[in-house]
Design a protein around this ligand. Structure first.
Ligand code: 5GP
Length: 117
């Protein structure tokens, strides 16, 4: 069950401020409030999906295609392909997910380091 009290839904609704980086019908991208690297962006779909599995199973083809195209557009527009980057999606309690709205972290701008600390 999707929880509309989560902060990312409030950001999409305009109830919590953020600095938009990129937006289409299927994706919204903004900086993480507590960046873990020089570049730390969050990419979220506009629909109510709790996590990667929910999104992958239940989103429409247009939503899925539009979301990933947006992720790639942001990677390209920030010139990250040459220097490299990491994308992460945490899911559920053991995956360390804090906000129950599907999201991708893009970490870049400096060496990201080991996969797991
Ligand atoms: P998760 O642990 O769910 O994969 O990641 C949630 C991320 O959301 C964290 O990196 C956290 O810093 C970020 N975050 C939490 N609340 C806010 C907020 O109100 N605004 C922004 N921009 N990021 C947030």
């Amino acid at each position: 069950m999707y929880d509309t009290t989560n902060v990312f839904w409030k950001i999409l609704e305009g109830d919590i401020p953020c600095t938009p980086i990129y937006e289409t019908d299927h994706i919204f991208v903004f900086p993480d409030i507590a960046p873990k690297r020089k570049i730390h962006l969050l990419c979220i779909p506009k629909g109510k999906y709790t996590d990667f599995s929910d999104f992958t199973k239940n989103a429409t083809k247009d939503e899925i295609q539009g979301f990933w195209k947006g992720v790639q557009d942001v990677i390209r527009s920030h010139n990250l392909e040459d220097q490299g980057y990491r994308i992460i999606s945490n899911m559920g309690s053991q995956g360390g997910q804090e906000v129950p709205h599907f999201h991708i972290h893009i970490l870049a701008g400096e060496p990201v380091g080991p996969l797991v600390a």
